[in-house]
Design a protein around this ligand. Structure first.
Ligand code: BES
Ligand code: MN
Ligand code: ZN
Length: 482
């Protein structure tokens, strides 16, 4: 699946020279560098590239790293993503870079960020194009690393491969249109991808879902001819521990809004409303491949939100596995209904110690935070701290939203215990707090990825379309979990 080989060594046809903005001495190709710098042809801006490639010359590529004081793991990812794209364009087959020690950056993580950026440049979703976009010209990329760090770096590179495979799986699942990616297809793909790694996958159909009493989940699925599926994925990496993390992903394989129908523009990308599910599946792939010594269960309540003679309607009062009743004021606030039952299952059947849910839950979150931050709601500040640390390392920023008790007033029901929308004010918060009613007081963090899971344009090292966020955060969190 990943064609590019990243190797520790010093071979390679082309040498990549790293340049900070305004740097004086390069050590190599100094004359050429000074010429380019004087003429302002190459300044060393982040991701800027100047290639000097010909059959006779010493082949070098200058790669800008931007301001030295601003260097971060994420800027390395961005720069090397650009480099990866450029190597493809130039049809280069092998290249190398000497990786220096940067101030304030761990050497292993530096190499991991470089490897990730290069691998990220390999992604494309072109299975439906008659003429493929991807030409895998670059075969080998060598990292010349400090002698005594070789083993650590190699370990890090292996881990990056596992993580990127998880990210690419997530993207593939999200980019797949709803005509293909039905609840059953999602379950099949989870099996296909995860079972070979030793992840157990169980799938419940309608009958079992009914038996469990998942009435909220079932209500959402009623308008669709495609059977809902409850997907359970289990990785038991630590047989000596009874600790268990649950990762719960929103799995709407299509969200039309139901009878509270979405307008055409809003509906067109709603095949991506299973991005939370795709992220937990991708994270399970990375976790299984890396054989993390943790016990993790991933849960997805997969269904479609459609209109038909059988669909649920605004004004309906429905039950839930938790026994709480819910007034459906808006059938487009469906994600929280499916998640309510999945979360209750995580808390009470799985008896997870920590629950993280990932969901394309609200347009309100996109309005509040745009496409920069994931929005978070929690009932446990320590767990939130763990997620924040994991996300910072990943370069997937998370912003915690307030969750004062007062907000809960908005989702108190009139004729039932709860209502499924709290109106427009603080919509991302009330949606999150609704979920919090179904975790049975288990430490929990909710991640609203509505603004992050899918992008209308290429952005840094993320492609247009599905981004694969927050696979890295979930992976880092599980790896470091106490
Ligand atoms: N899947 C949508 C949220 C969404 C919006 C995801 C834009 C990605 C991009 C969710 O099911 C939804 O429709 N939410 C409603 C809730 C409202 C009716 C309370 C929304 O945000 O408008
Ligand atoms: Mn909706
Ligand atoms: Zn939705």
């Amino acid at each position: 699946m990943l064609h590019l080989k990243i190797l520790v060594g010093n071979q390679g046809d082309v040498e990549v020279l790293l340049v900070f903005k305004g740097q004086e001495e390069l050590g190599k190709s100094q004359d050429l560098y000074e010429y380019l710098k004087d003429k302002e042809i190459f300044k060393g801006d982040l991701g800027e590239i100047y290639s000097n490639i010909s059959p006779k010359e010493d082949n070098v590529i200058f790669l800008g790293l931007g301001d030295q004081e601003k260097l971060s793991l994420d800027s390395l990812r961005k720069a090397f993503y650009k480099l990866g794209k450029e190597l493809k364009k130039l049809k280069i087959e092998s290249a190398k870079v000497t990786v220096p020690e940067f101030e304030n950056l761990c050497y292993r993580r530096t190499n991991m960020a470089i490897a990730e950026g290069l691998l990220q440049s390999e992604y494309s979703f072109d299975k439906y194009l008659s003429e493929k976009k991807t030409k895998h010209t670059v075969k080998e990329f060598y990292l010349e690393v400090l002698e005594d760090k070789k083993d650590k770096v190699q370990e890090g590179i292996d881990e990056v491969y596992n993580i990127v495979e998880g990210i690419f799986l997530t993207r593939d699942l999200v980019n797949e249109p709803a005509i293909v990616m039905t609840p059953k297809e999602l379950a099949n793909r989870a099996k296909e991808e995860l079972e070979p790694l030793g992840v157990e996958v169980d799938v419940f159909g309608r009958e079992k879902i009914e038996e469990l009493g998942m009435e909220a989940f079932l209500a959402v699925s009623k308008g669709s001819a495609n059977e809902p599926q409850f997907i359970i994925m289990r990785w038991n990496g630590d047989k000596n521990s009874n600790k268990k993390i649950a990762l719960v992903g929103k799995g709407l394989t299509f969200d039309s809004g139901g009878y509270s129908l979405k307008p055409a523009e809003g509906m067109a990308t709603m095949f991506g409303d299973m991005a939370g599910a795709a992220a937990v599946i991708g994270a399970m792939k990375a976790i299984g491949k890396s054989k993390l010594e943790k016990n993790v269960v991933a849960l997805v309540a997969a269904c479609e939100n459609l209109v038909s003679g059988e669909a649920y309607k605004p004004g309906d009062i429905i039950g839930s596995m938790a026994g709480k009743t819910i007034e459906v004021l808006n059938t487009d606030a469906e994600g929280r209904l499916t998640l309510a039952d999945a979360l209750w299952y995580a808390a009470t059947v799985e008896k997870a110690d920590k629950i993280i849910d990932v969901a394309t839950l609200t347009g309100a979150c996109v309005i509040a935070l745009g496409t920069v931050n994931i929005g978070a709601i929690t009932n446990n500040d320590d767990l939130m701290k763990e997620i924040k640390e994991a996300s910072e390392l990943a370069g997937e920023p998370v912003w915690q939203l307030p969750s004062n008790e007062e907000y809960k007033e908005q989702i108190k029901g009139t004729y039932a215990d709860l209502k499924n929308t709290g109106g427009r004010p603080a919509g991302a918060i009330t949606a999150g707090l609704f979920l919090g009613e179904f975790v049975n007081n288990t430490p929990w963090v909710h991640l609203d990825i509505a603004g992050k899971s899918y992008s209308s344009k290429e952005n840094g090292y993320l492609p247009k379309g599905a981004t694969g966020i927050p696979v890295k955060t979930l992976y880092n969190f599980v790896k470091e979990a106490k």
